[in-house]
Design a protein around this ligand. Sequence first.
Ligand code: FAD
Length: 495
Amino acid sequence: MIAYLGRIVHDNDAESKLDDDVSSISKSLDLQGSIENGDVSSLASKDFGGLYSVKPLFLIKPSGAEDISRVVKLASRTSNLTVAARGNGHSINGQAMAEGGLVIDMCSTEKNHFEFLPINGSHYIDVSGGALWEDVLTRCVSRYGYAPRSWTDYLSLTVGGTLSNAGVSGQAFRYGPQTSNVTELEVVTGKGELTVCSETLNSELFFGVLGGLGQFGIITRARIKLQQAPDMVRWIRVVYSEFEEFTRDAEFLVTQKEGESFDYVEGFVFCNNDDPFNGWPSVPLDPGHEFNPTHISQTAGSVLYCLEAVNGLLGRLRFVEGLKSQVDVSYTKFLLRVNRAEEQVKANGTWDGPHPWLNLFVSKSDVVNFDRTVFKTMLKDGVGGPMLIYPLLRSKWDDRTSVVLPEGEIFYIVALLRFVPNGPSVEKSVAQNREIVNWCIKAGLDFKLYLPHYQSKEDWERHFGNRWSRFVERKASFDPMAILAPGQNIFRRDP
Ligand code: FAD
């Protein structure tokens, strides 16, 4: 079997017989799921970024963890095959792809686990690694009245995909990222071993996999902390013309005690003009609300700032009077807000185009400099989509996970969510992203890429800094042949 796979990997003439190969591989693997040719047009060669496309050998739709374990073990017996778990393919830079390798479609396992677990007065849900967060939300709320505590802005992402990065949204200042809200994982390691892990059981694997960019194992089940879901939320946006006032209020909100602040805090930068995507019209929460620019002072600069919050009192905040937008919506409608926007953007064709996005964590100590150079200068005309910026607290993140952060307690997530038809071209956007990252390095900013993408080992070493050796040791323990997640470009499987 292995020799046979080696032959199809190396022999181009064999391509014509791939259909036969598929069925014999499936049989000899004893797969309960299915296997397809790795066509370039198939979903395994695509991601949301739309910047990269590579052809895998096969796309595998496993029925569960046993199938995944068999596939990884098979790859480990070849000299060169790699395996990429593909969540919902919402990466930007081909991170879920495997050139000439085996791509596992995790969505085919999404229905395998869904168990509500009351344990010692707390509540948890066991879900599949391939489950979509939107399904976790709607099923948890409608059946049990409970919901996870920490989210991403958009929910057509898989549990395993976001846990491999961090999973951040406006609740993270209070509950930490999604990686701080999981208590147990079931993982298929790079050796094909199916292992349950937690803070106390196989803890090195547990913390390694969280934020581990898919390098140490494939998450097949996760146990997520829940809280009671509210029925309704009050969703508010207020506007600032000065960055220092925006950050002071945002930092004030994220450092208040629970019960004395909001349940969700985010923010974004927008252009001080009437551009429909980048400017004033991007602020009102309801088409019936108008943005009245006469409230903005004459001295305001090229960009303005919007603070977005849920369920709390604005009392002490110093936003621009008259520029407040507020709606009351159901909790699920609020959490599904970007999914609704997706429907609108799909209707105008922009959703399926390329998305050269850039996400960074920037230390509080450097964020004013970042605003001045990046937002006020390089990006003063916008990026053709949202430019998010809001503070997070390092103490809510667990240092034992594989995620790396800037120093200091407060840091900002910056997300440049580019939709190309409304912004600069792909080439210009990619070049601008590179220019921003290069400037951050050159200016000595304390920053890290979130959803990182680097090409060289030196860049990855710099990214991980003093955590690099721990990352390398985890790789040696759990995926010593470098089979998993080759699309991250961190380790290479030697032929
Ligand atoms: P994929 O892109 O399919 O995979 C990502 C990586 O994880 C790959 O390396 C893959 O091999 C690996 N992987 C996938 N599944 C598993 C698994 N089960 N076990 C181990 N490794 C696995 N992120 C935020 O934090 N906050 C946001 O608000 C947010 N909003 C977003 C909005 C949109 C519209 C998009 C496109 C992305 C957003 N993201 C956000 C980024 C998102 O978290 C990442 O794209 C993430 O990779 C999840 O996507 P996915 O499930 O499609 O994973």
